[in-house]
Write a new protein. Structure first.
Length: 585
């Protein structure tokens, strides 16, 4: 098993001031992840990025690691990302949009900065290697998926209860030894920003907004695995509405926990169980493996289905698909008309190749990440077994304590039983740290020297509503008007309403069911590669990201007009007195 420990770096006074961001990590991880996941994520990122970027990345001694925790939250080193762009001669704006930068992108960030000759020469071999990685991305994706599927099949054939401690550790070893290379594959498949500059130039020449052409193309045709989950859930809702016993159950049930028993014998139940076979490995903050997946707790899915069944009839997938195809046809016609007869011969073909390449990379990336989550959930049986053994030996007070330990600490205790009693003290220390960190409202973007001031501001009174107009970044074009529902955590999913504008700090695949209920989406954090962007585009929802403090400035019951195409949210009416009273209560 790889040896890695929970990092608490010391002062970095010899380094330049580093910019740290929670963009991306705030989408895929809870606000405060478990120490085990935090430790692993930092280790694997700090191992994979140098392997992929090579000399485009500044040495850690000069500019710090790619990722590190602050008060238990994982931050990316934005200064390193800016350095990569400068050495590669690419604009920072593409990178910032992809990861979901929480501030407005400055004009100078749209232009590639000056390159130093020495850095350019040193990085040339790595630039050529990255180009080659793009030409072989299809083979890398297919090989990676086959490898994950083989491991999942092998893990499901073993019974961890019949295995020794060392045999279980060997299962973990076989996964973690491949984890760095698998994250490199995610980086390869996420490099769609390479295709943005030429496509933007073509759109500018045709006089068609880049977002309109790209997002309409991404929405039409084949769906990513994450978006297909939403369409399949919508089909389940229509089936439930069409079967009287199921329709009655969802309209009358107060506790959905016994759904399998209560719906036994219906035609709908086998279809739902098949849905769980396909998507049950996904779940709430699915990168946090201490949390249950949908197969273990399908309650969020059932809440969504109940809302569809008890409300007005939802849209049919075929209607959504037909509308998206019309919008793409209109966008493509406008693009070709803007190019003129002379420009169509070459430029339209070049644009179509770029669009198809970007979409293929999106589809591969979503599928690959889904399979990685499936592998992580396959390992949960082994983790629960190991946690049970540590509990039986008196080294833990409860099963959940296992996730407060790093894998290195678990291995150390199993190799040296005398060290097992130290685990109790380690867990208690980390729980005490967590109690201190939980109330903190950590900034999305900061410099290290700003951290003390940021922590001092934590816990201040909620932001005042302020002006009625908020600006953000378009993730999926379109317009919608509706009542706001503010949700902070997946535990609040039952509060979502049909036709509402969903407002959240960020979303990951566990929020997909809510997208089938929403009329639009507003998130505080999210990039063009984010889950919110992918599902909203392919499902046909207007969505906007990077609306600072949206979950505090907007309140349940507010009515807003969302113009995602322009990146604007306008408050139409303040929260009703009834909604305000509910909040006060």
């Amino acid at each position: 098993m790889r040896q890695f420990g929970l990092a608490h770096p010391g002062p970095q006074s010899a380094r330049p001031e580093i910019e740290w961001t929670r963009a991306n990590t705030r989408e895929v991880l809870p606000d405060l992840p478990s120490p085990q996941v935090t430790d692993f994520v930092c280790w694997v990122l700090n191992s994979a990025f140098p392997l992929y970027y090579g000399r485009l990345l500044a040495p850690e001694a000069e500019l710090g690691p790619v990722a590190r925790p602050f008060s238990g939250r994982v931050y990316f080193n934005l200064s390193q990302f800016r350095h990569i762009c400068r050495v590669a001669g690419s604009p920072e704006a593409s990178m910032l949009r992809a990861m979901g930068h929480c501030q407005a992108i400055r004009p100078e960030e749209e232009i590639a900065g000056p390159r130093l000759l020495g850095e350019a020469l040193r990085s040339t071999p790595d630039m050529l290697r990255l180009f080659f990685e793009q030409t072989t991305a299809a083979r890398r994706f297919a090989r990676g998926v086959r490898g994950i599927e083989a491991q999942c099949a092998a893990f499901s054939s073993y019974d961890p209860r019949a295995m020794s401690d060392r045999e279980i550790l060997a299962v973990f070893d076989s996964t973690y030894d491949k984890s760095v290379e698998r994250i490199v594959t995610v980086l390869v498949l996420g490099s769609v920003t390479l295709y943005e500059p030429p496509l933007r130039a073509l759109c500018a020449r045709a006089g068609v907004p880049y977002e309109r052409l790209l997002y309409c193309f991404l929405a039409a045709g084949e769906k990513s695995v994450s978006s297909q989950q939403a369409f399949d859930l919508l089909e389940l809702a229509h089936l439930a509405r069409g079967e009287e016993a199921v329709r009655t159950y969802f309209r009358e049930a107060r506790d959905l926990g016994s759904y399998a028993r209560d719906l036994a014998g219906t035609a709908w139940l086998p279809r739902f169980l098949r849905f769980l076979e396909l998507y049950g490995h996904r779940g709430i903050y699915e990168s946090e493996w201490s949390l249950p997946c949908f197969a273990e707790d399908p309650t969020p899915l059932l809440w969504t289905l109940q809302a569809h069944v008890t409300g007005s009839e939802p849209a049919r997938p075929a209607e959504i698909v037909a509308r998206q195809q019309r919008e793409w046809n209109e966008a493509w016609s406008a693009f070709q008309a803007g190019l003129g007869r002379a420009g169509r011969l070459f430029s339209s073909r070049w644009a179509l190749w770029l669009l198809r390449r970007v979409k293929r990379m999106y589809l591969w990336r979503e599928r690959y990440r889904s399979e990685l989550v499936r592998l992580g959930m396959a390992l949960r049986r082994y983790q629960r077994e190991l946690a049970g053994r540590l509990l039986a030996r008196g080294w833990l007070r409860e099963l959940g304590d296992y996730f407060f330990l790093t894998f290195s600490e678990v291995r150390g205790a199993l190799d040296d039983p005398g060290a097992g009693t130290q685990l109790l003290r380690t867990v208690e220390r980390r729980k005490a740290e967590r109690r201190l960190w939980e109330p903190l409202e950590m900034p999305l973007l900061m410099r290290e020297s700003q951290l003390p001031a940021s922590l001092a501001r934590a816990g201040q009174a909620p932001a005042e509503p302020g002006s009625g107009v908020f600006q953000g970044q378009c993730l999926s074009p379109g317009r919608a008007e509706g009542e706001v529902v503010v949700l902070h955590e997946p535990s609040e999913f039952a509060g979502m309403k049909r036709g509402a504008i969903l407002v959240a700090p960020a979303t990951d695949p566990s929020w997909t069911p809510l997208f089938t209920l929403a009329a639009g989406v507003i998130v505080e954090v999210g990039g063009v590669l984010s889950h919110a962007a992918t599902v909203a585009r392919e499902y046909g929802l207007p969505a906007i990201a990077n609306v600072k403090d949206a979950t505090r400035l907007l309140r349940d019951g507010d009515r807003v007009y969302l113009d995602a195409t322009a990146g604007l949210v306008t408050r139409v009416a303040e929260a009703s007195s009834a909604a305000a009273a509910d909040q006060a209560g």
